[in-house]
Design a protein around this ligand. Sequence first.
Ligand code: PLP
Ligand code: COI
Length: 343
Amino acid sequence: MEKKDLDWGSLGFSYMPTSYSYVCNWRDGAWEEGGLTADHSVTISECAGILHYCQECFEGLKAYTTESGDIVCFRPDLNADRMYETAERLCMPPFPKDKFVEAVKEVVKANLEWVPPFGSGATLYIRPVMFATGVVIGVKPATEYQFRILVTPVGPYYKGGAVPISICVSPFDRAAPRGTGNIKAGLNYAMSLQANVEAHANGFAENLYLDSQSRTYVEEAGGANIIFVNKEGTLVVPQSHTDSILPSITRRSLVVVARDILGMNVEERPVKFAEVEAGDFVEAGLCGTAAVISPVGKITNGDEVIEISGMEAAGPVMTKLRNTLTGIQSGEIEGPEGWVVKI
Ligand code: PLP
Ligand code: COI
């Protein structure tokens, strides 16, 4: 199989149509068989539930080429679990977990020429998405849905990849207590767009959100969780006391990598923004499928600029965590059983 003739190393995080997507419809109370399609467009009624009441959710994972040439993906079962829980919260029919993992394998297999080669710095981004296609005019769940998976080769989400980024504390809130911050629904991103555009216009790569109830605790970034390293070298992982942080698969994996593989101390607890202001943390990083681990050089809050590890280079702990995680994903380092799934 010939790889596509792309300049893999200079890909950004953008969409290009590939050979096939996967599509499966929910009709008459059941998921249909589902399968591959070369049609990358969707035709729906003007009255479809997605268009009016935003009944939609999505996932994000990646396929990697390993050193030995295998194509693998990373913990797809956890994406299946999260999408299942998200769908339930949005009154959508959850997509069966086994079928999700099989569909991921099927669509990656059908697009092998689009999977970036080992060492190119690029990966194949896999985007499962589910939305209400059934018509609704009063506020209620639709009765028909479509589940799709598109794949597209991508480079780094934040410019430069592993170089430090500068982020700002958002004046907006991301997630309410007892709201939808802990699920991967498109609506969480629609309401973050204004904050995102303003942060970019002000020269920041990303927003950091505080808890909306008290604006005291650090929650997460617009498209990634945040982790810190304190002066003692402990990995400090913010937990939300109101359950409004998205449970990042990357972050949960890094906790295991730090504790069990690198022998670090790990604290998962609510983190006050005052600790950041006090200079308690010597490193910070944004972590997620798209973000991988992007070191945070400084955090701006209004007029206050807090230097974390500076904009020169990534700190040693973030570098070690990133190298270990990406080493596991590309098969160079053996990870825990079941993390790397061969396509
Ligand atoms: N938080 C938000 C708001 C995200 O959009 C993402 C991306 O998926 C993450 C965290 C990271 O999650 P994961 O590591 O599962 O990709
Ligand atoms: C991902 O990391 O997969 C996401 O969905 C985050 C998004 C902001 C690109």
